[in-house]
Design a binder for this molecule. Sequence first.
Ligand code: THU
Length: 162
Amino acid sequence: MKTLEIAAKIRILDETELTLEQKNVVEAAKLATFRSYSPYSHYKVGAACLLDNGEIITGSNQENAAYPSGLCAERTAVFYANSRYPEARILKLCIVGKTASGIFSKNVCAPCGSCRQVILESEYRNGQPIEILLPSQHGIYVINGISTLLPFGFSYDDVNET
Ligand code: THU
């Protein structure tokens, strides 16, 4: 029998340890929570992507009376970034959640499974990992690439295996 061990390293920084670029993406994601459309869950999510052309593209969760028709904040942001600037690479992605009481979530707002898959596709397009920033009340989780959150991801090369 062979065993494969999967290890993940996540750095948890406090705000003073962030670079200016990281701070700007976090701030943009927090602001995006105010543009959330979430009349059903009342959980407001904001996301922001820093692109290699310097642009910051944001998104927020967009809910729907037919629940599955809504979309998460980070997918809204990633799809918008890729459709607005198809040639640009996403360097950083921040996701933040805010509860119905208007307070940023105690814990990180980790991307759901579908969003992880979309981030993986974006990394494939980029040709490099995306730095994922997940603020919480006990620090900002900094994750270097979606494979940490989605080990054994199914990607372009699996479909096009020769
Ligand atoms: N949501 C996001 O936008 N991103 C996440 O990472 C987790 C969940 C949204 C979907 C839905 O509008 C609300 O949060 C509650 O699940």
